[in-house]
Design a protein around this ligand. Sequence first.
Ligand SMILES: NC(=O)C1=CN([C@@H]2O[C@H](COP(=O)(O)OP(=O)(O)OC[C@H]3O[C@@H](n4cnc5c(N)ncnc54)[C@H](O)[C@@H]3O)[C@@H](O)[C@H]2O)[C@@H](O)CC1
Ligand SMILES: Nc1ncnc2c1ncn2[C@@H]1O[C@H](COP(=O)(O)OP(=O)(O)O)[C@@H](O)[C@H]1O
Ligand SMILES: [K+]
Length: 511
Amino acid sequence: MYVLTSQQMKEIDKKATAEIGIPEVVLMENAGFCVFEEIKKDFGCLKDKKIAIFCGKGNNGGDGFVTARYLLEESKDVHIFIFGEEVTPSSKVFLQVLKNLGADIQKLNEEVITSLYQKKFDIVVDGIFGIGLTRDVEGLYKQVIEYINSSKAYVYSIDIPSGVCSDTGKIKGVAVKANKTITFMYPKVGNILYPGTHLCGKLIVKDIGIPKVLAENVNTKVLTKEELNLEKLYRYPDTHKGDYGKVGVVAGSKFFPGASILCANACVKSGCGLCFLFSPAENVVTHNFRYPEIILMPVESKDGIVTFEGFKKKEEFLQKLDVIAFGCGLTQSEETEKILIHILKNFQIPIVIDADGLNVLAKSEELHSLLREYEACKILTPHYKEASRILGCDVDDVAKNPIDAALEISKRFDCVCILKSARTIITDSHKVFINVLGNPGMAKGGSGDVLTGIVSAMLSQGYDALDAAKLAVYLHSLSADILLERKTVQTILPSEIIENLDIAFRRVIED
Ligand SMILES: NC(=O)C1=CN([C@@H]2O[C@H](COP(=O)(O)OP(=O)(O)OC[C@H]3O[C@@H](n4cnc5c(N)ncnc54)[C@H](O)[C@@H]3O)[C@@H](O)[C@H]2O)[C@@H](O)CC1
Ligand SMILES: Nc1ncnc2c1ncn2[C@@H]1O[C@H](COP(=O)(O)OP(=O)(O)O)[C@@H](O)[C@H]1O
Ligand SMILES: [K+]
């Protein structure tokens, strides 16, 4: 499913009207009717319902006028509130229709807003701003949104909750908290990213008759099952372990033995042929939680941290690897930096860089240029903080526009970037996928290490970087969602996400 920016949606709207010749009022009529249809479906009989419809001066308000017309057929208690008569030409058509019908239309001012608090509406329709919101919400608009949020009515937002930026999902000053949002043709970025997605309530996507061919060049999609390449998950009967690749997990220290174990466990559990764990021996040899299938490559350490000299002694094994998973729990030591420099200078093995691998990368100009030049496939898996370190910006800047941050990292290193959060973004700098699965039970140390293991296993089974990233992110969060069916967000553990991959793989392959 495509996800559009406001600019893309406007261009598509424009083409539909100017080039294809569908009149704008027809689209507005369809949009307003879709909203009515949803209300009717939810409430059935609307006869006794007291309904308020708030309409801004743009086309979002025009959709609201159309919805109001249909609602007037069902209830005698429908009240339309406007911010002014200076509305767009298409909206004007439907405002006039309402006037012709003798509808109750009130212009909002301080007094009217105060009076709203005495009225007990059952249903509120928010047609204040859609994709045309450009600046922070203030004045009467702010007061009306505050009223809507204080009311006990069931709130429908048209296209996007008013006040949510359709390009980022951020709140521009204040925003409506809807129970349901009806958006048209495709979700907008603000319908999908937080906090906008939360303010939408239930999101409904309705076709209003814009030809779909117009969206063909859009590069951003929701990561649905249809977007996954499942081909390489099929195994011919006469295969052997060599067909599924050898992953070297370079991870762990005295301080974080669990990170290396979670990463390696997730890797063997996701289908790689062989998984080698390069880690300080003392951390993992006796570790009860380590799957015995993992082959240990004990690396000499100092103060519990793998040393560069120790790592070099394992070089002959490195030559044989198909994938390197680098960084989980290594610590940000000089040794970690030296090892990564050595790998990037001397090998051409597909690499997944996470955690401390990303942290040492952020601090080293040499690593920046080595990684850019590294020709084998590369996947970087930062969370927002790691991304901000790499980009040299504030973490809030990443959070404000995660799609741009992911694109920037991807372009800078010519890599696939998995920017992790409650809405993980995956991009190869051309295509962008937004993951909508997963739950707050994953907000726990170790979840990221699990993802690194899964994505490395996907690379080792022959996937290219983008397909590996998509499949891994999907399986990782699907596994957590399946766990949530019988556990709680408090009790889900990253190690259980690994255990539960059995069911996640099955659902992906068989459903
Ligand atoms: N163009 C089309 O073909 C269609 C558009 N549709 C609807 O039209 C909406 C977009 O319409 P518009 O482009 O007119 O934009 P909006 O209706 O979202 O609002 C734009 C208006 O709000 C003003 N504005 C922006 N930020 C403001 C702020 N902070 N405070 C006060 N005023 C502010 C702008 O100056 C402009 O007058 C969509 O979201 C959708 O609901 C639908 O009718 C379907 C078809
Ligand atoms: N609220 C949430 N909803 C969905 N997924 C989440 C949420 N919080 C975290 N995650 C996922 O959990 C993982 C956390 O990774 P990360 O922050 O690197 O953890 P760690 O470094 O402790 O292993 C990411 O894949 C992220 O997308
Ligand atoms: K709206």
